[in-house]
Ligand binder design. Structure first.
Ligand SMILES: [Zn+2]
Length: 236
């Protein structure tokens, strides 16, 4: 049913003009997903240009990471927050793919993707995946793959659905995210992999990314780990 719905939506998108999810104005014929003006105003983090950037600092003293970067700043209630909202809750996974491809192009000259063997999206628990119909992080990874050609492998699974994290404090969230991720049974090729990029939609405390990385390192301790998210809550 979800599949039919998304097919209908795609078909409607071809016929009907879409609105910019940020400002709500109809897109011009040559604009895709986000209008030119809102794209110009996108609050980029520039983390990929900063040594030991605020996102990398989140993981200081936890596990060794190679690189971490996010494309734009996320502020709850700002117009740009609707990009993430549409991506996650309004059946617009292609918006995430398109934004991620832009991020990939921006960051490529700075070596962000250099040496990465495989991308692993942060998984959704199967009940959440069934409800939503897609994993937004998988689409973000595909957007990076569109530019870089790096393989996307869903080699992590979420072993339990955890409650909404919206109203919990930072420590409670860390506790909540610990230990719910595991490598999948077909992740064995990771034994030969060098450098893995874990991909998510947004980074806030870093607990989810840390939990995913810890799960991978538990089984494949030789891995180098980097992180990419489409958005970052204000970390600095
Ligand atoms: Zn706009």
């Amino acid at each position: 049913m979800n599949r039919i719905k998304s097919l209908l939506r795609d078909a409607a998108g071809i016929l009907l003009p879409q609105d910019c999810p940020v400002c709500g104005k109809p897109l011009d014929r040559d604009e895709h997903f986000v209008c030119r003006k809102c794209l110009m105003g996108l609050p980029l983090t520039h983390y990929h240009e900063i040594e030991f950037n605020p996102m990398e600092q989140l993981f200081a003293g936890t596990i060794p990471i190679e690189r971490a970067a996010a494309y734009f700043h996320y502020e709850k209630g700002s117009n740009y927050a609707s990009l993430l909202h549409d991506l996650k809750y309004r059946n617009r996974p292609q918006l995430g793919r398109w934004l991620a491809a832009r991020a990939a192009t921006l960051m490529e000259p700075h070596g962000m993707w250099q040496g990465i063997d495989v991308m692993i999206p942060v998984p959704l628990h199967i009940t959440k995946l069934a409800k939503r119909g897609y994993n937004q992080s998988q689409y973000i990874a595909r957007g990076i793959a569109d530019v870089t050609g790096i393989a996307v492998k869903p080699w992590l699974k979420a072993t339990e659905a955890h409650a909404s994290q919206t109203h919990k404090g930072q420590l409670a969230r860390l506790e909540n995210a610990r230990g719910i991720y595991r490598p999948t049974r077909n992740a064995a090729p990771l034994a030969q992999a060098g450098h893995v990029l874990i991909v998510d939609d947004v980074v806030t405390t870093g607990a989810t990314l840390l939990s995913c990385a810890t799960a991978l390192l538990h089984d494949y301790p030789q891995l180098k780990i980097s992180f990419f998210t489409l958005a970052a809550a204000r970390l600095d």
